[in-house]
Design a protein around this ligand. Structure first.
Ligand code: SF4
Length: 93
């Protein structure tokens, strides 16, 4: 777990709750989330019927869904990876 991923993930996740997150970050988080919720390594807590509210990846120990919003984080199983396109500002350091 890298501090930068932790910070960026939680910051972007909190922004998303108020619809202030970058659209690219939001779209990528949604893509990653669909993969994670179907992964055997995710541990989720539910409220109501099939509504995940929080959890964590058993491999990297990162918090779900905040980890989905960390642009530079990669899945430890490489099920989702960051893009390497240098022309894309979203993925630059
Ligand atoms: S980050 Fe990767 S290993 Fe962890 S739950 Fe998501 S898909 Fe599975």
């Amino acid at each position: 777990m890298v501090f930068k991923h932790l910070r960026d993930g939680w910051l972007n996740y909190l922004k998303s709750l108020f619809n202030h997150v970058d659209e690219d970050v939001k779209a990528e988080a949604e893509r990653r989330g669909k993969i994670c919720v179907n992964c055997r390594q995710i541990h989720l807590s539910y409220v109501g019927k099939n509504l995940p509210i929080r959890g964590f990846c058993k491999l990297c120990k990162c918090a779900f869904p905040a980890m989905l919003f960390a642009p530079k984080k990669e899945c430890p199983l490489k099920k989702w990876r960051i893009k390497k396109d240098e022309d894309d500002d979203f993925y630059k350091d």
